[in-house]
Design a protein around this ligand. Sequence first.
Ligand code: SAH
Length: 343
Amino acid sequence: MIDLKSMTLPELTEFLGELGEPAFRGKQVFSWLSRGAESFGEMANIPLTLRRRLEELCVLTPPEVARKQVSARDGTIKYLWELGDGNCVESVLMRYRHGNTVCISSQVGCCMGCFFCASTIAGKVRDLTPGEMLDQVLFTQKDSGAPVSNIVLMGIGEPMDNLDNVLKFLETVNHPDGMNIGMRHISLSTCGVISGINRLAELGLQLTLSVSLHAPDSPTRSRLMPINRAYGVEALFAACHAYFKKTGRRISFEYAMIDGVNDHDWQADLIAKRLKGMPGHVNLIPLNDVEERPFKPSRRTAAFQKRLESHGVTATVRRSLGGDIDAACGQLRRKTQKEGNPQ
Ligand code: SAH
């Protein structure tokens, strides 16, 4: 069966052209799909014969809400979606003053093995299709009734490990005939896959690149993040500097504060040194407890932030949303797995 939602507009137009349809039909179908149509029957301006033909040839399975948790504190909503094949992924809707943001997953599970992260404990099952990424945005918006203006690719999975599909998704969600979400309203987070950072730099997209740094020295970073054994910290920063030179876009560095591991002053000093020549922004994240792991949240976040700022580095402490609903990376899917529910 053909998956229309994973097609870019040119691909969709070509496909419909092969069925004998005029070029404008691509745009019409594309815009229905981008509005979250759940059946071809809804597509009122599409001729009935074509709707029937598409029903025979294509799948249009919207994801189903397997679990949904709403934070009583801040209105954050966490969705566990069941996909067409029974796998589950998470998305989180966060309500900020600057607009509603949805955090989406890019893979079912993750193979990167970051030691503090719940998403990777059971490994990677498969990549998500561009359509499955788009569905998370569309159906979060549809179910919650909250118009989504920002997207962060910070849910389950490593986007750079599924970059072809991620790029197609970005093209679709950014398209004026689609959801029309501006690149500057989209962030993509990576654990530091340099080949992917280089590829994005070449494309020069105006999205915000987030790099999960978590330690500025290779011994600590390799202990926390196996990717660092393939691409060391020096190489990672070289790629980041090159990315900034090429795109002019400020990179955001994610830094989960872990007690006694990455919260020493000398590590703040080293971050500042490595950022020299580039306007980086360090986002200090209170570590979310993962039951299976020994790490504890740092008690030095404010001091660490001050130390960074003393070097002229912009550092913010991330406001934690949805703490009462397992809204951190992979926690809901993990919990559901442990309870023996769908994968
Ligand atoms: N694979 C990508 C995107 C998904 S993870 C990446 O690594 O960037 C999204 C962010 O959450 C990353 O910065 C990740 O390091 C962080 N994260 C994972 N587990 C966490 C935890 N227990 N506490 C705080 N942040 C965590």
